[in-house]
Design a binder for this molecule. Structure first.
Ligand code: ZN
Length: 428
């Protein structure tokens, strides 16, 4: 019997001297009810930009040099040794991770889970997508969304059973991962969702129903340049890698670049939140705008799920202002709490539901929530939209070790299933 076997091996990226030296840095949690004031104070002590990992009404998590940590009163050290925490997130063994095998058996349509044992670099992920397209040719199309500043391709996976009798309106769910480069768990989770939808279709009632009645557009790596950079240079890079008007500062925060209530969140190009000089200056946001509105104009986007990390939160629109009320707030809350409950039932983990504006602090400082993908999609294209901030609550922060890929994938997938059920509910 014919049995085709495709295999590929990952010839690794060497973690060499090119990496930003982060030894001596620590991550502090500082409790405060005035995060903006605290961040400003830390800037003064440090004499420059501070890398804020998370902030809310109770605390700020900041990555700072050890001497700054010792000068900030109330620094509870969350990550003592940043360097080793970073190393733990890369594939283990040697710095050269060659020989990792992943196989796809076309005859039995089996996709081995080994892919999810470690985080994967961009080339490996793109190869994996190609192999999925070969393994599930009737369900998967790889589409080109655009090109990045450094010339990489932005790729979307269109998953569809092409069942136009059952899905005449081309109802679609869009899932994006990796908008922020260092949030690796959002990339692996997007891949995990793809994997589950494809391998369960035809074998499991629910997935068969979802794919018969819905199309899925998944962009696992929305920020390919930034993601590649986290593998070769700086594990904690967040923005894209675009040149700004200031020669020494690279990168635009894609999630501040969309043309909906864009205000130019921070005018300093070196800052982590820099939203560019004009809306859609980030090439990824601009390409996405063209792709979704031109290439995909016939598709009706019923759901948008934007994956980020960390803090275990489910955020609903709007991000730009707490005074702007979303339409259908009651149903949007039902959706968000339903997703949180699905996660709790799956893994016991608690995810907090709140408005994105609260998470961003846009009621304290207007502009902090400007130009987000969530608001843009909710306002222009998607009937329902949520941002899912994955694990954890701060012990590892952005440096979640790979052993959490599958557990986080499972709980997030439970949330996606709830989202699908919600959309397919004829009463809504
Ligand atoms: Zn993010």
């Amino acid at each position: 019997m014919f049995k085709a076997l495709l295999a590929f091996s990952v010839l690794g990226t060497t973690l060499g001297n090119a990496h930003t030296d982060l030894s001596g840095q620590k991550v502090c949690r500082i409790y405060t009810n005035d995060s903006s004031k605290l961040v400003e104070e830390m800037r003064q002590v440090y004499g420059g930009e501070i890398d804020i990992w998370a902030k809310n009404e109770e605390f700020v998590d900041a990555c700072v040099p050890a001497d700054v940590a010792s000068q900030v009163s109330g620094c509870n050290v969350m990550i003592e040794d940043l360097d080793s925490a970073i190393k733990e997130t890369y594939p283990q063994g040697t710095t050269q991770f060659s020989g990792v095998q992943s196989t796809f058996d076309i005859a039995t349509r089996k996709v081995h889970d080994i892919f999810f044992e470690e985080f994967r670099d961009l080339d490996t992920i793109y190869t994996w997508l190609d192999l999925l397209a070969l393994t599930f040719p009737e369900l998967v199309k790889i589409e080109w969304v655009g090109q990045t500043f450094e010339g990489r391709d932005m790729k979307a996976l269109h998953i569809s059973a092409d069942n136009r009798e059952m899905n005449p309106d081309k109802k679609t769910i869009v899932i994006t991962g990796g908008v922020h480069a260092r949030e690796w768990i959002s990339v692996s989770t997007a891949c995990y969702m793809i994997y589950n939808l494809l391998t369960k279709y035809g074998n499991n009632k629910k997935e068969t129903k979802y794919l018969n009645h819905l199309d899925f557009l998944v962009i696992p790596v929305f920020n390919p340049d930034g993601y590649a950079y986290t593998w070769t240079h700086d594990r904690l890079w967040r923005k894209n890698r675009q040149q700004t008007y200031f020669p020494r500062c690279f990168g635009i925060d894609i999630d501040h670049s969309f043309d909906f209530h864009w205000t130019g969140a921070e005018d300093i190009p070196c800052s982590e939140d820099y939203g560019g000089d004009s809306p859609f200056e980030a090439l990824e946001a601009e390409s996405w705008n063209n792709y979704i509105n031109e290439t995909k104009s016939e598709y009706t986007i019923h759901g948008y799920l934007d994956l980020h990390s960390y803090s275990q939160e489910i955020l609903y629109p709007y991000a730009y202002s707490c005074e702007a009320l979303p339409r259908d707030l009651e149903n949007l809350l039902e959706l968000s709490y339903g997703m949180a409950k699905a996660i709790r039932n799956k893994s016991g983990k608690s995810y907090t539901v709140l408005s994105s504006c609260q998470d961003r602090g846009s009621d304290l400082k207007p502009g902090l929530g400007s130009g987000s993908a969530l608001d843009y999609m909710y306002h222009h294209r998607a009937h329902w939209a949520v941002q899912l901030k994955l694990r954890d609550t701060g012990n590892h922060g952005f440096l979640l070790p790979p052993k959490y890929i599958v557990p986080v994938g499972n709980e997030a997938y439970a949330a996606l299933r709830y989202f699908c059920e919600f959309i397919l509910n004829p009463e809504l």
